[in-house]
Design a binder for this molecule. Structure first.
Ligand code: HEM
Ligand code: FES
Length: 600
């Protein structure tokens, strides 16, 4: 309870709660990473962490949302509810780690502000399959942040409980946004049915628990019949055991009528702390004790005993034979109303233990019972990440030799995109040149067009394709001459494929194509990384064509709105020094969906 806002300090139960939550979380993350490394040896650590943090945040969000209805259905879950706010903050931290890593990986080091990129790199708001899923995650993260930032009792006291509670109901909006973020994002790319089935199960469990808990409470919300003197029939006397309350909705507000030593008192059922159900608590020393966090209210006037200051409205109550009646007009919080004495013995109260969070120990029976659901959660913390990461699609056999710098020598062709024809044993092999981050090669290389040069950088490769991410130091011109390009024109073709950025596709990102990668491909291509069209020919062989304009000029920005989805194009195909090229105008590319294809 609070004096000012500082009452619910640290205690043993909170420490145990946090230790269990953090332990379970570490188990989850460790399982995800270890099984991920075994199942996908080619995965990059960034992708592994992004996925581990994202799925952990979503799983925690399910736990946070399930605790409320579970504790309404069985009070023995109440210890899980006691410190739920810490679980909410941990959920935000996981979501933040996932979002921050994603923004860095997919949007940073490009030509626009990363946050602007999240909101603008995909503008396919008109398509379900291509819908921009990342802004949904961003909005969810902002909501989770607002809730985590205002979770302290300081804000509860300053915003007032009803406003605070309304703000925190936004968790349902955040949940819906994250579900859409995953359904419209990664599930459009990852096709294993287990992944979609897991999300659906989560949604059904959360919705089902809320529905069952709401149906249970429907009884309490049934409006009782009215009486002449303003009192309304509330319940039968024998529905209120000694030391307990019955809850009903009267005049649109939930009221709890308590019985304490043969006397009845009626209080609002809504605890001033976090709207907890006061009537589900117990009477201790003449006070109603809230089951959620233990706030206390005197039965005679609804005020917390000094020095605490919370107060709830009180109601007049009377009996008529075996019936209890309540005047639905609330009295201002803290108004004293004389309790009503009742004759006869009270029905026997259930003998179950009552949990009060601020006490150092939970009752033994509840602590023992809780071990089973907590052990279940730990088992899930191993099983869920293990099968989630195993069910994810395999990654391409591509390599980015990050941190390994080599020297390369050969002829440099500056147009349409800088390519170094690296001399090796029998001849030369084309290597695309790019810079650090999401940028094409520096324009100074134009001056070295056609010269023999030496360049230093990190190698990126996939199948027969090669690329060098240039090191900071200048590329040096060498003496000697080189052969000019050999160009073979193959003619005009109509092709179907996917536009992607060569740098990520060749090995810098995993996955380096498809829906999850769309924003990053847009940034890389608008930053000057050579765009490729990946097509699969009739024999099933993949070909990678460097895309240029009709006259062989660089083309990029104009293609950004078409990346990572099936397109069709007609253009000239040629092979220049071993590099396949497609010459076409940006307007020659069409989405397959626009042509009546099967992408949507
Ligand atoms: C700034 C906000 C966010 C951004 C930019 C973002 C971005 C992404 C991206 C790019 C992916 C695909 C990653 C991949 O397949 O490798 C993804 C997936 C996912 N996101 Fe987010 N996300 C954000 C917020 C959130 C939040 C707040 C949650 C949960 C509370 C969340 C949960 C997930 C989950 C469960 C997945 C699927 C697992 C995965 O592949 O990572 N995301 N997100
Ligand atoms: S004590 Fe927290 S809601 Fe009642």
């Amino acid at each position: 309870m609070t004096v000012g806002y500082k009452a619910i300090g640290w205690n043993r139960q909170k420490r145990i709660y946090d230790a269990v939550a953090v332990g379970g979380l570490f188990l989850y993350l460790a399982t995800f990473v270890v099984v991920g490394l075994v199942a996908h040896p080619g995965i990059t650590i960034e992708t592994l962490l992004i996925r581990a943090f994202g799925t952990a945040a979503l799983l925690l969000l399910h736990v946070v949302l399930a605790i409320g209805p579970l504790s309404r259905l069985d009070r023995r879950f109440l210890p899980l509810l006691y410190n739920r706010r810490h679980l909410g903050v941990i959920t935000f931290v996981m979501g933040f780690a996932h979002g921050a890593f994603s923004i860095f990986q997919f949007h940073a080091l490009g030509d626009v502000n990363p946050l602007v990129s999240v909101l603008t790199s995909n503008t396919r708001w008109d398509s379900v399959a291509q819908f921009p899923f990342q802004p949904l995650g961003l909005i969810a993260l902002v909501i989770l942040f607002l809730m985590a930032a205002t979770s302290h009792d300081f804000w509860l006291a300053n915003l007032t409980a009803p406003t605070w509670k309304r703000l925190h109901l936004a968790v349902y909006a955040a949940y819906a946004l994250v579900v859409l973020h995953v359904a419209l994002g990664v599930l459009q790319h990852e096709t294993h049915p287990l992944l979609a089935a897991t999300l659906l199960t989560g949604v059904l469990v959360v919705a089902g628990l809320h529905l069952v808990a709401a149906l249970r409470e429907r009884n309490a919300d049934r409006a009782p019949a009215g009486e002449d003197d303003g009192f309304v029939d509330f319940c039968a006397l024998d529905e209120i055991p000694e030391g307990r309350a019955a809850i009903r909705s009267v005049g649109g507000e939930r009221v709890a009528v308590f019985r304490d030593q043969g006397r009845l008192s009626a209080l609002s059922n809504v605890c001033q702390h976090q709207n907890g159900p006061l009537g589900e608590g117990r009477v201790v020393n003449g006070c109603a004790v809230c089951p959620w966090h233990g706030y206390e209210y005197r039965l005679r006037d609804g005020a917390s005993p000094p020095p605490f200051t919370e107060k709830v409205p009180t109601f007049r109550v009377r009996t008529d034979g075996e019936r209890v009646l309540v005047d639905p007009r609330p009295h201002p919080p803290g108004t004293e109303i004389e309790p009503v004495a009742v004759e006869g013995a009270a029905p026997e109260a259930p003998t179950d233990d009552f949990y009060i969070g601020y006490q150092p120990h939970a009752p033994r029976s509840i602590a023992a019972w809780l071990r089973t659901p907590i052990a279940g959660l730990f088992v899930l913390a191993v099983l869920i990440p293990a099968y989630l990461v195993t069910a994810q699609a395999q990654f391409a056999d591509s390599v980015f030799e990050f941190g390994t710098f080599r020297q390369f020598e050969g002829r440099l062709d500056a147009a349409p995109y800088p390519v170094l024809h690296v001399e090796d044993d029998g001849g030369s092999r084309p290597h695309y040149l790019v810079e650090f981050g999401k940028r094409g090669a520096r324009t100074e290389l134009d001056e070295l067009d056609g010269r023999r040069v030496r360049a230093s950088g990190q190698l990126i490769y996939r199948d027969q394709l090669r690329m060098i991410e240039l090191a900071e130091e200048a590329t040096v011109a060498l003496d000697g001459t080189t052969e000019p390009s050999v160009v073979t024109e193959l003619g005009r073709f109509e092709l179907t494929g996917e536009i992607l950025d060569s740098k990520c596709y060749l090995g810098v990102m995993k996955p380096g194509r498809g829906k999850p990668h769309r924003g990053c491909a847009a940034r890389c291509i608008s930053g000057g990384v050579p765009p490729l069209l990946v097509v699969t020919d009739r024999a099933g062989t993949q070909r990678h064509l460097l895309i240029t304009g009709v006259s062989g000029e660089p083309i990029g920005e104009e293609l950004v709105h078409l990346v990572a989805e099936p397109v069709s194009v007609e253009g000239e195909v040629l092979v220049a020094d071993g590099l396949w090229q497609l010459r076409a105008a940006a307007t020659d590319f069409h989405r397959l969906a626009e042509l009546g294809g099967a992408s949507e």
